[in-house]
Design a protein around this ligand. Structure first.
Ligand code: HEM
Length: 418
């Protein structure tokens, strides 16, 4: 008997429609149905795909001997979310060298600069909101984070551009699980954004624009590859967008944080009188609310795991949402309970909202620390520096649309400073 005969296998020729109709629950639903953390299905035009879920699955998924990223990201994701030939698609020493470029920007000093910028932008925003009847937090947070991202990365952004750049950076994120118009909007947004950033990097390289040495703009414009060559301008552009776009993505978590404060009012009180609680709260927001559904990689060299024969080139999906909600790893996973993180052992493979494993050697999100700090600073504003009313609205969110967001975007009214 071949090894793969032992793992549950879906019979359909292609389950892409089921993926579209089940969204975040596509892998978790099947893990429950098959009572297994591994199964085989067919996606992406009938390709054989092995789905794996849980902490042990994370451990093998991030083993560089077993998996590679080359050829893993679907074209449509590269055309909208990632861009082509960015760090996400590299392997081995080339990946490590490029990843070092990203990690070199994440120093404690640069984190402090980022926090200060976030505080300043929140203060300005609250001043503006006090004059408005009501605001939609998700829209406002995207704009705040777009301003912060550009200031932090050293990218000039004039006032007239703010709306366009905010919506383009958001549309690229919004396109990742989309087919049809939402995908096309993401592609157009990427084309426009790449043109904008390419121009700026071109100006820096031509000496027509100054870039401060500690910024991402400088780092991307002047980075040299392993052969000592400057990056092709197109790749430097993709990488600089790999900094600013995900900073805008944090607006989603800020919005979910506001929803959690509203739905679980006891957490608001705890946030006010316990400074350590904000770390627990932010972790729980990232665990509880859906963002990335799963991650993909291809088998580099064949191996056997859980009685399954992983053949070279096979596409494997790691279940991100399901791992963060696995009852084997989390007590009552569908309960929002920040205190659970007091007992968390810090495994790099059981809590994976932004990927798992090692930052330097693997593909784990380069911006995880930034995300956590940006969320904490924003929550501090929401709980300690301002007051607001929450009018009646639909805060529910779809588990099918990827990425998802509460329907109302979180409406706030009668905003005042504390
Ligand atoms: C809402 C917040 C964010 C979420 C949910 C998120 C999620 C992720 C995920 C799931 C990955 C893929 C991990 C993998 O492939 O194994 C990733 C990679 C990455 N993220 Fe984030 N991220 C966020 C914020 C950020 C920020 C703020 C930055 C930078 C300023 C950033 C930069 C990156 C980069 C450069 C990679 C590619 C790393 C690599 O391939 O080695 N992300 N992120």
């Amino acid at each position: 008997m071949a090894f793969n005969d032992k793992i549950p296998r879906e019979k359909a020729i292609d389950n892409s429609l089921a993926l579209l109709s089940e969204g975040y629950m596509f892998i978790p639903n099947r893990c429950v149905k098959f009572q297994s953390t591994i199964f085989q299905t067919r996606l992406l035009g009938g390709q054989k795909v092995i789905c794996i879920s849980g902490e042990d699955a994370g451990r093998i998924f991030y083993d560089n001997e077993k998996f590679k990223r080359k050829g893993a990201a679907p074209k449509r994701v590269q055309e909208s979310l990632f861009g082509k030939n960015g760090v996400q698609t590299l392997d081995g020493v080339e990946h490590q060298h490029r990843k070092q470029l990203f990690m070199s920007l994440m120093t404690p000093e640069r984190l402090k600069v980022l926090i200060k910028l976030i505080e300043e932008q929140w203060e300005l925003a609250v001043r503006k909101w006090k004059r408005a009847k009501k605001i939609v937090l998700f829209d406002e947070a995207r704009e705040i984070m777009c301003r912060v991202a550009c200031l932090w990365a050293g990218i000039p952004l004039n006032e007239k551009e703010v709306e366009l750049r905010t919506s383009d950076l958001s549309d690229m994120i919004d396109a990742f699980g989309a087919v049809g118009p939402r995908h096309w909007m993401g592609r157009q947004a990427r084309n426009r954004s790449e043109q904008w950033i390419r121009g700026i990097i071109g100006n820096v390289r031509a000496g027509k624009m100054d870039a401060s040495e500690d910024t991402a703009l400088y780092a991307m414009a002047w980075h040299r590859d392993l052969n000592g060559n400057l990056l092709r301008i197109q790749i430097a552009t993709v990488e600089l967008l790999n900094i600013v776009r995900p900073i805008v993505a944090i607006a989603r978590y800020i919005t979910f944080g506001a929803i959690a404060l509203h739905n679980y009012p006891e957490t608001r009180e705890k946030l006010q009188d316990n400074s350590n609680y904000s770390q627990l709260f932010v972790q729980e927001v990232r665990r509880f609310y859906p963002f990335g559904p799963f991650l993909g990689a291809r088998v580099r060299k064949e191996f056997i795991w859980e009685d399954c024969h992983f053949t070279k080139g096979t596409m494997v999906l790691l279940d991100v949402y399901g791992t963060n909600h696995s009852p084997k790893l989390w007590d009552n996973p569908d309960e929002f309970r920040p205190e659970r993180f007091n007992d968390w052992k810090g495994s790099p493979f059981d809590f994976i909202p932004q990927g798992g494993g090692d930052y330097q050697k693997g593909h784990r999100c380069a911006g995880e620390w930034i995300t956590i700090e940006a969320m904490k600073t924003s929550l501090e504003f929401l709980t300690q520096k301002m007051e607001y009313d929450v009018p009646k609205q639909d805060m529910s969110f779809s588990m099918v649309r990827m990425p998802t967001i509460p329907k109302s975007g979180f409406v706030m009214s009668r905003i005042r400073s504390k």
